[in-house]
Design a protein around this ligand. Sequence first.
Ligand SMILES: [Zn+2]
Length: 736
Amino acid sequence: MWVAAALAVGGWAASEADRAAARAALVEGVSAIDAPGGGVPGGYILIGDDVIPLAECRNYDGTTAFTAVAAFYGRGRAVLLAHPNFLSQADFLKDTKRLLQNAVSWTAKGKSAPRIAVLRDPTVARTFTALGCTNVTRLAGLVGLDAYDVLALNSIRREEIPAVLAFVEKGGGLVHGSLGWGYMYSNPNACFAESFADNRLMGAFGAIMGSTGVNRMPAGGFTTDFAALCAGTTVDDALARAERGAFGDKAVRRQVVKTLFELANGLPSGVRPDLHARLFALAARPEANAQPSPERPLDAELPLARLAVLLRKNAWLACPEKVWPADPAASVYPGLTRPGTPSVTRMVPVDLAVPRWHSTGVYAPAGQALTVRIDAAAAKLGLKVRVGSTADDLSGLAEWKRFPLVTVTLPLVKSETTFASSFGGLVYVVVPDGCAGATTVELDGGIMAPWFRLGRDTNAEFARQCAETGAPWGEIEGEDFIVTAETVGLRRVADPQWIASFWDRVLKADQELAGWETRRSPERICADVQLTAGWLHSGYPLMSHINAAHFDWAIDQASLAAGDCWGVYHEIGHNHQSRDWTPEGTGEVTVNIFTMYALETVVGADLRDARYPCGAEKARRRVAEWVKRGRRFQDWKNDYFLALEMYLRIKEAYGWDAYKKTFARYRLPGAKHPRADADIWNTFARELSATVEADMAAVLSEWSIPLSDETRSLCAKFPAAKPSLTEGLQTGAPAR
Ligand SMILES: [Zn+2]
């Protein structure tokens, strides 16, 4: 049972007995809830003494948060749920329906047939009707709220918050669903604390939501049956422990650190100023001075330093259009510029027909004002300026080897925009999709960075730029690929022309294999000292890890020529994959058709060499092992390189054209784009059979891939495929 006494007594809204009775009424008949539609809820932290936790959840680090809370507010009442799906989908999981019915009854103070107002969202209106509410009205705005007992909403605009609070204060009921991580997913450059409006509303009731999802693994849903709140769960307790320097044992410490982190991450200015003051006092302590670095990452052992970093990040993101001083952590990444490097004014022509980032050859030093000037026509296009090249925001990670966010993007809506990034970085003009023509952007106040562009610059000119520059980063740009690398690495590049041409050949190969006639824009790769995950990942830019010796293989001619680093061809492949021919379980398989194609056609690699995962001996052993285990489709999917063996044999039998022509068929006008896995497999078998003019359904079936009878009989009209495709499979019957 939940123990009401665990919450501090106080506040103005309700007594401890009132809160215990409220909780009992709300969780009556409810042992657990869950968000429908596979939704991953956020987690609330408790910032008010009066807030009533209803259902508990676990963060991925094992710490506690809450998926449902309630509160008295003035004469009214509120129930908050940590995912919009709770209110927008009527296929209620666990006891969610009962909880919502209790919520309607409790917020309407037991009134029969309460008048429910739903703000905007028709799916929420349908849910309340499904709960049995007979009096549901959808409103376009918050006018005439007095005619209703309960307001239900799934999204709130900042300017609407006073009207909602006034309604509840006068005695109205509120049922609210929202999702912090969902907001951050759509607004990756936003300051979460300042711009996620829902936390301003919920903060008034004593809870705010974090910007990450919780662990929805427990099959039992989110329980309402939890013991006394564990230490460090309320912000008051967490702050008091941090102030005393008594973080407790490992588990309590983790909880305290998590609660403080979410508080600093999500508390909007103006909500509980006393909490802000306490956070800033903690961040001003000497032990909060440590800076992140690869040698001593900031982790749970340095909670105040993490707190200080987070507060600096929030302040910067909340108001990026300002001349910010350099941050002390800028020296670690992206690094500092050479003092005394003269600043320049540079006119940069921008081809508006190409979307995404345009390099400028200018580096904005940390803390140094940069002015961007555009003409009146360009100010209407939705252009942006970006400083910094990495794609990765490390805020959610448990340790930081660098400041978690080091890039900033500002809209270019005025003729002149002046700002300074706390971290500095290469300057880009960001062009949205759908523009045309050209413009010129003037950059004033940055320094020159090494920038090799194929067809424009000579190797000698680039060497001179690298020798003279004071910028820590530069770029080698081809037609289809741009490598962003440290200047220290670029100085070792003897032949940038070779590097740019090499990557262009890789990208052209992938484009050719995918059957794309054009490319949206060049792709990019950028190096970083810490990534959100792994050592390499796909995306824009593709991200790779640099080590302490500043080795960056993306610009290492010897490694590239030798066919090293399967991983990067793999990640570039991800940017060319299509769901059309990638059924569930093959995302890490069909990507490697691209890896193999680039390695073979650009580098001249022997794919059956033992250095590659598709090496002949490894492949033979994989197939034999799989056959011995019963040739199960599930095992085929689980072993990426066994699955790849089938694709490689198809290439060996019919050449790369088997794929080029098959993939191109999906891009013909009127081509089908199957979405269900069964359709994807059947369509692939048919298209591939038509391309190579052989019965590939029979081959896929031998590899235990499930196909429909219709597909098998259609493909059986073609001659039998080459026997090499199924060599070694015949020792057992295919199993499914
Ligand atoms: Zn992958």
